[in-house]
Design a protein around this ligand. Structure first.
Ligand SMILES: Nc1nc2c(c(=O)[nH]1)N[C@H]1C(S)=C(S)[C@@H](COP(=O)(O)OP(=O)(O)OC[C@H]3O[C@@H](n4cnc5c(=O)[nH]c(N)nc54)[C@H](O)[C@@H]3O)O[C@H]1N2
Ligand SMILES: Nc1nc2c(c(=O)[nH]1)N[C@H]1C(S)=C(S)[C@@H](COP(=O)(O)OP(=O)(O)OC[C@H]3O[C@@H](n4cnc5c(=O)[nH]c(N)nc54)[C@H](O)[C@@H]3O)O[C@H]1N2
Ligand SMILES: [Mo]
Length: 772
């Protein structure tokens, strides 16, 4: 093979890059030239693309090969695999799809397939899964997401849209020009801004923060850890108990009302329902005034700090921003609604540099100045079954077919799932209470997965089909938070016998006789051209220029010019609310929602309310489980993707994920630096390595997500996967979001011998012919 060095434009969720190959191997990923702060995760890619952990050939679980859909599902995770030919594997998948559709109906196929997949939009595995299953007769889908699913279903009731969570907030040019005080609930951990879905050409937050600091903006970070203060920013850190932000926000509003300095006019003209909220704040409805002294007992933040912050915020132009983590918690609707109420009472909504925002550091590109024009997008078609469950309720669905649930004002019943189809996600990463999920995972008759690597999900599926990485195919990608669209050129031949998800589905559709409706007659390059041209047409339609496809493809990217003036969220609504109403029932910001009142949910009342989460440091359970476990995003990877890559492995300590613990909590448990510890509660236990962290509020521990699930039975997970500890309940009946950030645990030193972590070892695959 030629030893010539070749270079190809490419893209990942952690940024654009040039793939450098030599002799058919990826040898380097050079960051995109315009990226001011490229992600370290790029360095994981070369070794992972060629890793022995790649799924080499289609493989079928031994028990399934023997007994087909009657096999014992509890063998998943224990059984060996048999490698088979592509023809045999595809025939097995096809006949199962046919059988299940005929015997149980299409809604018995669960193809929600939640997960991030790749940055390329054509080969986005989840989109392709939906397209394929739609074309074949439909499936049961998932609504919402783990990221900001609570906000997605709450905010339309309050402000008529959820676009401020997707990144379209008052932009940084407006902030640096006008904001004086920036209050960040959950802080601004730069580690999370490495990532954006669909990738990016730049990671601008570091530079934006430098300009904000130079402009003299004062930063206040309210968070359980000082680690959420971004480097280079002299922020005031206010430590807070996890999951109590709503109480602090309500007490800030109460202070403004008690002082008589709330913006009465804004609340009257632009909002409805403030009188009801005011009655609650003054204690007229429940006898408890929501004073800073009241909040202090909940949040463990001094009353004087709360009062002073409220007064200061009223006096200067203030921006309030909340990390997405606040709503990924039990009763996570409340802090988001309360933050909008607080911004309304401060009266800065719709003014330059003022108001509220979400997720400034939850993902790359929030508040990045960008014209509001389309990005590249692939259509997934229409699901003829209409069957859909709230995304995080997957375990309930698998365990309790037929059971009723409530969701955003409607009632549903869980379908009876016989077959699960997953491509581009890892439920053994994303789902809460993984021991419970494992039990649920044993129930379907057949589980099919497309995977690149032998991930924990692949190792627990019946039919595993090897998928290519983005380097092994052509694609187009980009995000509406970034000003670039990228060509992704195929840099490598498919590794092993892997195939593109699109091609796998095309062949299955051909077996089912619906190839034409799946492909619409387009191959890879025709689709890429089609995606680009649909986007370019939309650009031209709104008066912008777009290059022709060949010019774009050859150059490798196209850049969208910066907008001429800064975007200010709700500017027009503020100027004239009659002419520019919000898309809420009243056309105004709803601080009391009649619609939500009509649902009659005690777990999500009609105005922002302090509701105690199921597990938090103030709950009775804390007597037994005295530490609040946070599960932040991992710095060295995206979720569980490439957990075996160097950027991820370098952050593990002694081969396990690091559990941060405060010095007094470590001392009380005789835990030393880098000791092996067991983290546990009623739901499960995992091993981790202790990392003593003086920046953490005592009573709080933090274990990042992403370690490949490594568990032989329910008693002990070996690698530090925190989802054996998290609680699997919906945030409320309104949004049914994930409550990942609401878990209490205890930690002890592990005195026994340290069991070996095996999740990142290559599984022993039984060769074709030696079994069945
Ligand atoms: N405790 C706790 N749990 C959480 C969270 C938390 O904060 N705390 N966060 C939640 C959030 S916000 C999210 S978004 C989820 C993320 O959960 P997921 O998106 O499910 O996690 P990933 O690890 O990104 O899984 C993507 C999988 O797709 C595979 N893959 C990548 N590209 C391709 C491809 O082209 N084809 C195929 N077939 N496969 C591909 C990867 O190898 C990987 O296994 O986790 C959630 N879980
Ligand atoms: N490197 C990297 N970046 C990522 C990801 C990744 O996997 N790796 N995942 C991406 C995805 S899919 C998503 S959805 C986003 C998620 O973005 P976020 O939800 O914002 O991320 P987290 O890391 O869970 O939380 C941010 C911070 O919130 C603080 N926090 C947690 N609970 C509370 C609370 O109750 N109150 C307050 N005040 N603070 C709290 C924690 O200290 C934490 O550091 O991240 C994205 N960015
Ligand atoms: Mo997410």
């Amino acid at each position: 093979m030629s030893k010539q060095i070749r270079r190809f434009p490419s893209l990942s969720h952690w940024g654009a890059f040039t793939a450098v190959t030599q002799g058919g191997r990826l040898i380097d990923c050079e960051p995109f030239a315009h990226d001011s702060a490229p992600s370290d995760i790029l360095r994981s890619m070369p070794a992972m693309v060629h890793s022995p952990l790649r799924v080499d050939r289609p493989a079928i679980r031994k028990g399934w090969l023997r007994d087909r859909h009657l096999s014992d599902g509890s063998e998943r995770g224990h059984d060996d695999y048999v490698e088979v030919s592509w023809d045999e594997a595809l025939a097995a998948v096809h006949s199962e799809l046919q059988r299940v559709r005929a015997a149980h109906g299409s809604e018995a196929i669960f193809g929600g397939s939640y997960g991030w997949s790749s940055a390329g939009r054509l080969h986005h595995a989840r989109t392709q899964t939906h397209r394929f299953l739609n074309a074949g007769g439909g499936f049961t889908n998932q609504a919402g997401n783990y990221s900001w699913g609570t906000a997605q279903f709450l905010l339309p009731h309050v402000i008529g849209t959820y676009t401020p969570v997707t990144g379209r907030v008052t932009d940084w040019n407006s902030v640096t020009g006008h904001t004086r005080l920036l209050i960040a609930f959950g802080g601004m951990p730069l580690r999370n801004t490495q990532i954006t879905s669909g990738g990016a050409g730049d990671h601008p937050l570091r530079g934006q923060l430098e300009r904000a600091v130079a402009a003299g903006i004062e930063f206040v970070v309210i968070s359980p850890t000082r680690g959420d203060v971004p480097p280079g920013v002299q922020a005031r850190w206010i430590p807070i108990r996890p999951n109590t932000d709503a109480a602090l926000m309500l007490a800030m509003i109460q202070t403004l009302v008690a002082d008589g300095i709330h913006d009465e006019e804004f609340l009257q003209v632009h909002c409805i329902g403030f009188p009801a909220l005011r009655d609650y704040l003054e204690g007229k409805t429940d006898g408890i005034p929501k004073t800073p002294e009241w909040a202090q007992t909940i949040c463990d933040v001094p009353a004087e700090t709360i009062r002073a912050l409220a007064r200061q915020a009223r006096n200067v132009r203030t921006m309030i921003t909340c990390a997405w983590s606040l709503q990924r918690a039990h009763r996570g609707e409340q802090p988001y609604w309360a933050s909008i109420a607080l911004a309304a009472a401060l009266g800065h909504i719709g003014l330059p540099g003022g108001g509220f925002a979400f997720g400034h550091a939850s993902m790359n590109g929030a508040g990045n100045p960008r014209m509001e024009i389309a990005g590249p997008a692939m259509e997934s078609g229409r699901n003829p079954t209409g069957s859909v469950i709230p995304v995080a309720r997957v375990t309930d669905m698998l365990l309790h077919p037929g059971q009723h649930y409530e969701f955003n004002g409607r009632e549903g019943a869980y379908p009876d799932i016989k077959m699960v189809y997953w491509a581009g996600g890892n439920p053994f990463h994303h789902q809460q209470d993984l021991n419970r999920f494992s039990r649920a995972w044993s129930r379907p008759q057949t589980i099919v997965a497309h995977e690149i690597w032998w991930t924990p999900m692949a190792r627990r599926s019946d039919i595993v089909l090897p998928a290519t990485t983005t380097l092994e195919r052509n694609d187009i990608g980009g995000s509406t938070r970034d000003r670039h669209v990228f060509a992704m050129h195929q840099a490598l031949a498919p590794i092993g016998s892997s195939r593109n998800d699109f091609d796998i589905y095309r062949e299955l559709a051909a077996l089912g006789g619906y190839e034409q409706s799946f492909t619409e007659g387009r191959g890879e390059m025709e689709w890429i051209r089609h995606i680009f041209e649909s986007m370019a047409r939309a650009w031209r339609g709104s008066g912008h220029t777009a290059p022709d496809f060949d010019a774009f493809w050859n150059r490798g990217f196209v850049e969208i010019p910066e907008p001429e003036r800064p975007f200010v969220l709700f500017e027009e609504f503020r100027r004239d609310p009659e002419a520019n109403p919000l898309r809420t029932p009243s056309g105004r910001i709803e601080l009391y929602s009649e619609k939500i009142a009509g649902f009659g949910y005690a777990d999500c009342p009609p105005h922002p309310t302090w509701l105690t989460p199921e597990e938090w440091l103030g709950s009775p359970k804390a007597a037994r489980w005295p530490l609040h476990l946070l599960t932040p995003q991992p710095a060295g990877k995206l979720h569980s993707q490439m957990d075996g890559g160097q950027a991820s492995v370098d952050l593990k300590i002694n081969g396990r994920e690091a559990l941060r613990i405060s010095p007094p909590d470590a001392k009380a448990r005789r835990i030393g630096q880098h000791d092996l510890v067991k983290v546990y509660n009623d739901r499960g236990a995992c091993l981790a390595t202790a990392l003593i962290d003086a920046d953490l509020k005592p009573g709080v521990v933090a274990l990042p997500t992403g370690a490949w699930f490594d568990s032989v039975d329910e008693s002990l997970e070996l690698h530090g996967n925190p989802n054996v500890l998290t609680i699997d309940v919906g945030t409320s009946r309104l949004t049914q979001g994930s409550s990942a950030q609401s878990a209490l645990v205890e930690v002890v030193r592990w005195e026994e011998a340290a069991p070996l972590v095996q999740a990142l070892e290559v599984p022993a695959i039984v060769r074709s012919g030696s079994a069945a």
